[in-house]
Design a protein around this ligand. Structure first.
Ligand SMILES: Cc1cc2nc3c(=O)[nH]c(=O)nc-3n(C[C@H](O)[C@H](O)[C@H](O)COP(=O)(O)OP(=O)(O)OC[C@H]3O[C@@H](n4cnc5c(N)ncnc54)[C@H](O)[C@@H]3O)c2cc1C
Length: 392
């Protein structure tokens, strides 16, 4: 349906679809029944395949050891990875283009390269107890320069994958000096003295990746661990947000495709009142709405990726990433709800793919900016730059 599809993107789509179908999907129910965990040899197998495919460096240039794929090709991959539940697609760490552009030589050697070859894993510590949606205004974690060290103090909430990670990207405000209160982004090794695990709350989904709370007590790190300069941390966070928001939208499209496929197969087999339920209009209407919503969302996702690849103004792109994150996450949640309904009682069983997506997709309307925050970003972009900039 999409006129901009390319042979290269189709090739990636096919390759990743096979990986997801043959290797990841068969382990979903095991993960669900075992707190998200897989046998160690299977976990290693998945990671090795992902690394051999080059997935940790999708958007990193070939000169730096990546695949050099454009955003459209990367999102074709993430869309396929979204077709598996229980976060089994998070079997590799992803280095992003903003890291390649902004890391100093020390950081490239000690963090970018290990991300690419799978020997180190990252996590992001931005949110705090009092700073969720209002990242910019309310962060209280501080970084104080002392000689050639920064001293970090604060508490970070919901640090996804920190239990499996080797280092944090941590956002803090500079404590004193000419950049006082300005945001900066730091890399902190997880084994640094003063890092305290406070709590590992349970969440709706069943993932091996936890979302724990950490306290940083006078954590001393070398000043070469600041990314770029003091005061521009929010720029990197915005780059990361844009990438993640597209990634969430792509995974939501993949999830929606899987849900429609599975619900259709079931509807064609299941009999009630002497007929297949697929022959009842109530079921047909639900499936038809799902198809339409997925098809239109995917088109918008692909067009926004293309806008990204043609270097559209970053402020306009920021608004567009909010548009697609909002649309795709709400679309996928609606489709999961309908899929549970089509499966009937089976759709409420944890063994069932619709039940798992019903829980798992809910957070896509919350993390990387809530749906309300994305509506605010879109409205602000509309007021500042006009409707044309957002829809053309
Ligand atoms: C499972 C999980 C994993 C996460 N992983 C990470 C991670 O790895 N790293 C990280 O840094 N963070 C992470 N987060 C944090 C996540 O990004 C925040 O939860 C999210 O940004 C919302 O912040 P909050 O929870 O503090 O909600 P709040 O900001 O307190 O919002 C509460 C409600 O108020 C609404 N609201 C707030 N402000 C406005 C407004 N101006 N107008 C209208 N409505 C408003 C919100 O939309 C929401 O409905 C994770 C969260 C979860 C649940």
């Amino acid at each position: 349906m999409y006129s901009g599809m390319t042979p290269k993107a189709l090739e990636w789509q096919k390759k990743i679809r096979k990986f997801v179908n043959d290797e990841l999907i068969p382990w979903e129910v095991h993960a669900e029944k075992n707190d998200g965990d897989l046998p160690k040899d299977i976990e290693k197998k998945h990671r090795d395949i992902a690394i051999s495919l080059g997935l940790p460096g999708m958007g990193i240039s070939k000169e730096s050891g990546g695949l050099g794929l454009n955003m459209f090709e990367q999102m074709i991959i993430w869309e396929q990875l979204g077709r598996v539940t229980n976060a089994l697609c998070w079997c590799f760490s992803e280095a992003q283009d903003w890291m390649e552009e902004n890391f100093n030589d020390f950081q490239k050697e000690n963090y970018l390269k290990p991300l690419l070859n799978g020997t180190k894993k990252e996590c992001y510590a931005i949110t705090e107890k009092g700073a969720g949606s209002d990242v910019d205004g309310s962060i209280e974690t501080t970084a104080e320069k002392k000689g050639d060290q920064y001293i970090i103090n604060g508490e970070k909430w919901y640090v996804t994958s920190a239990n499996l990670a080797d280092f944090f990207f941590l956002q803090a405000k500079i404590k004193s000096g000419e950049n006082k209160d300005k945001h900066s982004l730091f890399i902190i090794d997880k084994d640094t003295e003063g890092i305290e695990l406070i709590d590992t709350p349970k969440f709706s989904h069943t993932y091996a990746h936890h979302h724990s709370i950490y306290r940083f007590n006078n954590v001393s790190i070398p000043s070469k661990n600041i990314i770029g300069n003091e005061g521009i941390g929010m720029d990197y966070t915005h780059s990361w947000f844009r990438h993640e928001r597209l990634g969430i939208a792509a995974r939501c499209c993949g999830a929606a495709e899987r849900l429609i496929d599975e619900a259709t197969i079931f509807a064609k087999e299941r009999e009630s009142f002497g007929d297949k339920i697929s022959n009842y209009q109530a079921i047909q209407f639900m499936l038809a709405d799902c198809v339409n919503e997925l098809a239109s969302t995917r088109l918008m996702l692909y067009e926004i990726c293309k806008a990204h690849d043609s270097n559209q103004d970053v402020k306009i792109l920021h608004g567009k990433c909010s548009m697609i994150k909002l649309l795709a996450s709400e679309m996928a949640n609606k489709i999961a709800d309908r899929a549970v309904q089509i499966f009937g009682g089976r759709g409420y069983m944890r063994e069932n793919v619709a039940e798992r997506y019903y829980r798992e997709l809910r957070v896509d309307r919350i993390w990387e900016g809530t749906s309300e925050i994305h509506r605010i970003i879109i409205a602000n972009s509309l007021y500042k730059r006009g409707l044309k900039s957002l829809i053309e």
